[in-house]
Design a protein around this ligand. Structure first.
Ligand code: HEC
Length: 177
């Protein structure tokens, strides 16, 4: 190939590439995956697995990296993970506060299920669930684990049920009804 060929092709390639990238990106957005659907049994098991994974990660991040009140809270990192998972169509997860004075106002209970769940979690119930509109809703309890949490959660005592995780899983077939 001669030099003239390249001097002709290169500028065109340079001009077209960004357009191509844009097209691919917008297609990726159009094709955002639909929520993954599961049977009721699968949904329950998946929530148990996710809950173990999230709780272990939050405690691991907290004990490894959170040294003072300036540190990024493990709960904030987890929130980012929840958002990324939901974008991929995996079960939705969010923090819910039981105290009425959450760090993040978005963690106040949002609907009837979460309001009822908070009542149950405050009584010390570890897991509360219900099927609503074709979805399995589950809330699990997060107590104030130890003194190191009080660095920021200053008004709560060790062992207090300060919050929970609220899961929403789309159900498939008959279990959705
Ligand atoms: C460095 C300060 C800090 C420490 C230490 C800390 N948290 Fe938090 N916590 C936060 C912040 C900030 C949020 C809000 C995060 C968000 O939603 O982005 C939060 C949110 C939460 C929530 C959700 C309800 C709410 O208030 O928004 C729970 C539950 C929670 N933390 C539990 C714990 C537990 C259990 C520990 C100890 C293992 C702990 N936190 C340690 C700062 C902290």
């Amino acid at each position: 190939m001669n030099k003239r060929y390249w001097t002709g092709v290169l500028p065109v390639a340079v001009a077209v590439l960004p357009l191509l990238t844009l097209a691919v990106e917008s297609r990726a957005q159009d094709e955002a995956p639909k929520p993954v659907k599961m049977s009721l049994a699968q949904a329950r098991q998946t929530v148990s697995m996710l809950n173990d994974l999230y709780v272990t990660s939050v405690v691991g991040i907290h004990t490894t990296y959170v040294k003072d009140t300036q540190s990024v809270a493990a709960a904030a990192v987890a929130r980012k993970v929840f958002e990324a998972m939901a974008k991929k169509g995996w079960p939705e997860t969010r923090w819910i506060a039981t105290t009425g004075r959450p760090f993040n106002p978005d963690s106040n209970p949002k609907d009837a299920f979460e309001k009822d769940a908070v009542v149950a979690l405050k009584k010390g119930q570890a897991r509360f669930e219900r099927v609503v509109d074709g979805k399995l809703r589950v809330a699990t309890l997060i107590p104030l684990v130890d003194k190191s949490c009080q660095m920021c959660h200053v008004k709560d005592k060790v062992g207090d049920p300060i919050g929970g995780l609220s899961y929403t899983v789309s159900l498939s077939g008959k279990t959705a009804k």
